[in-house]
Design a protein around this ligand. Sequence first.
Ligand code: PMP
Length: 356
Amino acid sequence: MSRFLSESKKRLVPYTPGEQPKTRKFLKLNTNESPFPPSPKAQQCAAEALGTLELYSDPTCAALVKKACALFGVEEDEILFTNGSDEILNFAFMAFCDAAHPAVFPDITYGFYPVFADVNGVPYREIPLDDNFRICVEDYTPAKGTVFIANPNAPTGTALTLSQIETILKANPDNVVVMDEAYVDFGAESAVGLIHRYDNLLVTRTFSKSRSMAGARLGFGIACKELIRDLNTIKYSTNPYNVNAVTMAAGIGALQDEAYTQKNIQTIIENRTYTVEGLQKIGFEVLPSQTNFIFAKHPGIDGEKLYAALKEKGILVRHFNKERIKAFNRITIGTKEQMQILIHTVTEILTAEGIQ
Ligand code: PMP
């Protein structure tokens, strides 16, 4: 820390991204990326955009907005694109939280929420998940703050139903409710269709998971036009060119190739079932997942020990050193072959430990 760091930032504990090792080739099942490359159409559009990089990108993302509106059934003033969905989440903390509207979110959820709260100097309250690691809707009726719910939740993988989401929206008419739908494409119900009925709903989405574009950094928010206008005020007060031209082009290409996205989603869902069954057969407890990852623990081996043993054998999964969930590991669903390697390797580790 330099002597120049602002007093208000001195105690900031930044978000720790999943490992991206460069030293050795790992089977990467730790950051919920897609195992498939971006659509060929996305790649082609991105390549064409390289020739126009002397110009600033379109701050309104007009061509991308047009395509997305057709796909999601919303108007052009009801959507805002950002640099990953992390950016729109940060905008929401900046726009809709303060001392009178503290952020409220589960105790086990996306680890960036408390960091966004801290960096923006807003107070937050964590509400414990129940013993089955589920969100208790009654805890949010009302929540007495700006609600952030990842649906499905991460790292647990479980989701609320649309009627549960509506219950929360109705109970909090004077607070914004942010539904972070980073993983919704893998089997949960989206709240996008509710934006015309609830002026307090903001839905955030990403191209990082189902559209295989984590490295491009493209996310967006959908909400009524007043909320989107507020978020645009934050965008134009921080970084108007937040989506670069190559990413914007890749996003347009990806939206032109929905069949490719849908096929990959189906494959991931099939591979998830395969993985869950395979791990259950060797004694794992796996939370029901509606995402491209699973959250699993084994009664015979400590979560951190399994994480380390897998790493030793070239497989990276994500372990969280947090009391309530330290028995678990979060494992990204990859290709069938990758999942076969995972199950085989886990079996080997359990055998070596004398557990199988
Ligand atoms: N929300 C949740 C729940 C996530 O797990 C992630 C990815 N780590 C994000 C949002 C942010 O994703 P991105 O910025 O890549 O869109």
